[in-house]
Design a protein around this ligand. Structure first.
Ligand code: FES
Length: 217
């Protein structure tokens, strides 16, 4: 299967670090331009200068990029660590922000190792399974879900995400789901989250995708 999303990376080479950028994955969270404008400056061409700041600063800012559009490749080999915990933050009326030891499969994607990704849950992205900010255009409203009591269970290890054909996002492996206030909504071993935007039990899939004939691919 073609790896669409690594193949589209642009590489910006520096003396101590290379930076890669995938425009199709970018949701313009703008953490990079706001926090390290000596490296990320949209007014300049090229807009990334990998030598514009100390390598530690470059790494720290890129690791905050929620979509995984930005990654870095340090010449000293001290690259981004795989998170010990798998977490999904449900962005209010927005995407799923997933971090962890991730593998992502689907008809249009095959990423064997990823640490950060934002996934569409409004059903409208033109770049599924990734978010492309269409939720803002269509005024997606998802409502809020009551938190559950937290637990001490761990949520680490490999998390395999499968974008089911015309169906939900299946998560296999330990994961904690949180709201934007960092309150736990789910903690456990395998779950399926809605990506058609129509579930009555968001963020979870309730099979509404079948009734409405959701087409993701
Ligand atoms: S994907 Fe939305 S209800 Fe199943």
């Amino acid at each position: 299967m073609t790896d669409l999303y690594t193949g589209n990376d642009r590489r910006y080479t520096g003396n101590q670090v290379d930076i890669t950028y995938n425009i199709k994955r970018c949701i313009h969270a703008e953490y990079c331009v706001k926090h390290l404008s000596d490296v990320f400056d949209k007014q300049k061409r090229p807009w990334i200068n990998a030598d514009g700041a100390p390598v530690e600063d470059v790494a720290a800012v890129i690791e905050q990029c929620p979509s995984g559009a930005l990654h870095y490749d340090r010449k000293d080999g001290n690259n981004e660590a795989t998170p010990e915990q798998n977490t999904i933050i449900i962005r209010h009326n927005g995407p799923l922000e997933v971090r962890g030891d991730l593998t992502i499969h689907g008809t249009t994607v095959a990423l064997e190792h990823e640490t950060r990704v934002t996934l569409c849950r409004c059903g409208g992205s033109k770049n599924k399974p990734f978010c492309d900010n269409t939720h803002k255009e269509i005024g997606f409203e998802a409502g809020e879900r009551e938190p559950i009591e937290g637990s001490a269970e761990r949520s680490g290890g490999k998390l395999i995400i499968t974008a089911e054909t015309n169906g939900p996002l299946e998560f296999q492996g330990e994961v904690e789901i949180l709201n934007e206030s960092q309150e736990t909504l789910f903690k456990g071993n395998n779950t399926a989250l809605c990506r058609c935007g129509q579930s009555s039990n968001k963020p979870f899939c309730d099979s509404t995708h079948q009734r409405i004939g959701f087409k993701a691919e």
